[in-house]
Design a protein. Structure first.
Ligand code: GLV
Ligand code: MG
Length: 359
């Protein structure tokens, strides 16, 4: 066990001091691109300022033969591009792969000053984060970096889910967690074949109506309600992240054509406490930006409650509903998020600024 005092000391001589708080930078969409694909790479500069996070993917979806090209491509893109307000992240290969060491030892010296967050896949427990933590400190010290690169873990193994709290608490570098529904489904031996999203077979059914003689007619037509396969895991992630002051994200939604179900899945995650999601196609960026930004109506209501609550104590009635300290706190989450987003999104700023509050 490390003592509380040691926790915020650099893990290598000359490495930057760990942050005591992870900044709340808007990251509604983490847009994945393949740096080995010249067509995709050429589009990266056009996405700067239009998406909160650009992520150069080195792991799954990159063919083994292209791993080096992807790594070199990312270095090249990062060195040539001014990312302005957009964050640059990467997803390195898994810690048991033959590529990950070269990923880290290449990226940190070459573009460590541009990389905000390194996403680590298939994290199983605190030991995986501690390995990356020390290695990053050594590489940062060698490269003379002056701010620590943050770490984001993908939750995509049963052991990772069982250890989610210790993963979040393993290092001051921990920025957040994403759900990895495809790998997680395989690791759990779930009987699905999709990349995220729902499944029509996972449902509950209305009780059977009774026939003329009062006997339940199980063959009668009944309404079914599809359930969310990911509710349990997302809820665990949200709690583990909140207790550690870091940020939870939904992950991939593989059915690119089904923009409606994608929006539903993203919204469930937003309502449960996630701050963003992955985008696998440019059309998912717009969905994520819409879903993970509080609506004008919600911000208007939140500001109205804040104004009516004055010093924040006691209770008031607004439109027949009781508001108190606890509902005010929920409203303040919304107001704070709106302020952070308005600072980087001029359209949203205009919409939020136009709200008139009458208590
Ligand atoms: C993402 O990496 C997933 O496995 O879903
Ligand atoms: Mg995965």
């Amino acid at each position: 066990m490390r003592s509380a005092k040691d926790f915020f000391r650099p893990l290598a001589v000359g490495a930057p001091t760990p942050l005591t708080e992870i900044p709340a930078r808007p990251s509604r969409a983490i847009h994945f691109f393949d740096p080995s694909n010249p067509k995709m790479a050429a589009k990266v500069p056009d996405l700067v300022g239009k998406v909160d996070v650009l992520l150069g993917n080195l792991e799954d979806a990159i063919k083994a033969d292209n791993k080096e090209a992807a790594r070199d491509g990312l270095v090249d893109i990062a060195q040539k591009t001014d990312f302005g307000p957009t964050q640059l992240w990467t997803r390195i290969n898994s810690l048991d792969s033959p590529w990950v060491l070269d990923d880290l030892t290449t990226l940190v010296p070459a573009i460590g000053d541009k990389l905000d967050v390194i996403m680590v896949p298939k994290v199983q427990g605190a030991e995986d984060i501690q390995y990356v933590d020390r290695l990053l400190a050594q590489l940062e010290a060698k490269a003379g970096l002056d701010r620590p690169i943050l770490v984001h873990a993908i939750l995509e193994t049963a052991r990772g889910v069982a250890n989610v709290e210790e993963i979040c608490a393993a290092s001051p570098r921990m920025q957040g967690l994403s759900l990895g529904p495809a790998d997680l489904a395989a690791d759990r031996r779930m009987k699905t074949t999709r990349v995220g999203g729902g499944h029509p077979g996972y449902l509950v059914r209305q009780d059977p109506p009774k026939n003329d003689v009062g006997v339940p007619d199980v063959e009668a037509k009944r309404t079914t309600y599809q359930q969310d396969l990911w509710h349990y895991t997302i809820a665990r992630m949200v709690d583990a992240c909140a207790m550690n002051g870091i940020y939870p994200y939904y992950g991939p939604f593989g059915d690119i054509a089904d923009t409606v179900a994608c929006e539903d899945q993203f919204r469930n995650a937003f309502l449960l406490g996630c701050v963003g999601t992955w985008s696998l196609h440019p059309k998912q960026i717009a969905i994520a930006n819409r879903v993970f930004s509080p609506s004008v109506e919600d911000v208007a209501h939140a500001r109205r409650v804040a104004a009516a609550m004055g010093d924040g104590t006691g209770a008031v009635m607004l439109d027949g509903k009781m508001e108190d300290d606890a509902s005010l706190k929920q409203c303040l989450v919304m107001v704070e998020l709106a302020e952070q987003l308005a600072a980087i999104d001029p359209e949203l700023k205009k919409a939020y600024d136009a709200i008139e509050v009458d208590a």
